[in-house]
Design a protein around this ligand. Structure first.
Ligand SMILES: Nc1ncnc2c1ncn2[C@@H]1O[C@H](COP(=O)(O)OP(=O)(O)OP(=O)(O)O)[C@@H](O)[C@H]1O
Length: 380
């Protein structure tokens, strides 16, 4: 009888333990699920994780990428902004007229990364942990940052600053830390921050407390990189307004490069590069066009050429619509030949007049809208 009672009690206790364990487990996971549902960042995190997983998968068989299965929630946010050097679409051959800057970048940043062992004997020749590219918009700063990562064969995180400052995330500090942990996991790596002044500008009394704390944390994490000689993570910032940058930030970016508006020689080189593979007429005079485009940025020059090439399409459409007889019921689409070769043969090349017409149109619209660079231009 006494033995029976003892057996019954043991079973009873065991079953009770199992029930309690099950209940605890269910409660734990329910509460966890509820908390995750209440977390306002939950959806963003899930989307970021999905994007990051896709990105990491697309980066292929690289070992260090596979070793990154230990990414934290916040690391995933930035892993989606990650580019492998082999997939960077910009190289030095896409940039014209900036040979001096490129040479200096090769000496101070690229070579010390590529040949780390060769430069190991000197602290002075280590790659800088911060690089600043400054100058007016549209002059090639972003292209330079990408081409640097490509040639140095470093990973490239194109940091979208709005993620850090986005109020909805509300966890800016964790995000700032995640940028650096991810970059260290991925090193060698360049973290590119376009319009860095919008995020790390002079601190002032109007700064939101969270923003000020995030900036301070960003700087202290950056200092961590600076003091670690074995870490190859470079923060590369671009700005049109270097004067607005916090002095403490400027100190952390010892290598600065000014990418100014192109001079006449550089404009000729940029024009040659843009029109290199385009159908151009014999009369296209790059020297003359370079002379006429004072104060144009590289991006303005591209826009001028793009507009000029539209004129030949317009002329082609005019000719074709003239050919089609009005009452024949021909639809507009049928006016353009379906045969691609015929279409190209029928299109005339870009002429110098197209370029001049486009140039004048741009000057006019920039003057009307108060365009930054072209405002000083005389109308021809
Ligand atoms: N030196 C150059 N050689 C060839 N193309 C150029 C050059 N500079 C600018 N461009 C053209 O202008 C476009 C814009 O360049 P990019 O985005 O690098 O300028 P940015 O200085 O970063 O401008 P922003 O400050 O507005 O971001 C490029 O995609 C390219 O077509």
């Amino acid at each position: 009888m006494g033995g029976d009672t003892q057996t019954f009690t043991r079973v009873d206790v065991i079953s009770m333990i199992i029930r309690i364990a099950l209940l605890t487990g269910v409660t734990f996971f329910s509460v966890k699920w509820m908390i995750s549902q209440l977390d306002p960042t939950n959806k963003q995190k899930k989307t970021a994780k999905k994007k990051a997983d896709e990105k990491l998968r697309s980066l292929g068989s690289n070992k260090s990428i596979h070793a990154m299965s230990d990414l934290e929630d916040f690391d995933h946010v930035f892993a989606g902004h990650l580019v492998d050097p082999a997939n960077i679409p910009v190289s030095w051959s896409d940039i014209a007229g900036l040979e001096d800057v490129i040479r200096e970048l090769r000496e101070t940043v690229i070579l010390p990364i590529q040949k780390k062992e060769l430069f190991a004997d000197s602290q002075l020749t280590q790659p800088p942990k911060g690089v600043l590219l400054h100058g007016p918009p549209g002059c090639g700063k972003t292209m330079i940052a990408k081409a640097t990562a490509r040639e140095a064969r470093t990973r490239f995180i194109n940091l979208d600053v709005s993620i850090l400052t986005d109020k909805w995330y509300g966890e800016s500090q964790k995000l700032a830390a995640a940028v650096f942990t991810l970059a260290v996991k991925l090193q060698p790596c360049i973290v590119f921050i376009d319009e860095i002044d919008s995020f790390l500008r002079n601190r002032n009394a109007h700064d939101h407390e969270a923003t000020a704390m995030m900036k301070a944390q960003f700087m202290s994490l950056w200092d961590g990189l600076i003091t670690d000689p074995n870490c190859t993570v470079i923060v590369m910032g671009a700005t049109n307004r270097p004067q607005d940058l916090d002095r403490a930030i400027l100190r952390r970016m010892p290598a600065t490069f000014h990418i100014g508006l192109p001079n006449i020689h550089q404009r000729r080189q940029i024009l040659r590069l843009i029109l290199e593979n385009e159908p151009t007429a014999e009369d296209v005079d790059l020297n003359r066009m370079a002379k006429m485009t004072e104060n144009f940025s590289g991006s303005d020059l591209r826009e001028m050429c793009r507009n000029a090439s539209v004129y030949r399409v317009r002329d082609y459409m005019k000719v074709e619509s003239g050919k089609s007889s009005p009452g024949a019921g021909t639809s507009k689409l049928c006016m353009v030949t379906d045969n691609e070769d015929e279409f190209h043969d029928a299109l005339r090349p870009i002429t110098n007049d197209d370029l001049i017409m486009s140039l004048n149109k741009m000057k006019e619209s920039k003057l009307l809208t108060g365009g930054l660079h072209l405002a000083k231009l005389d109308m021809d």
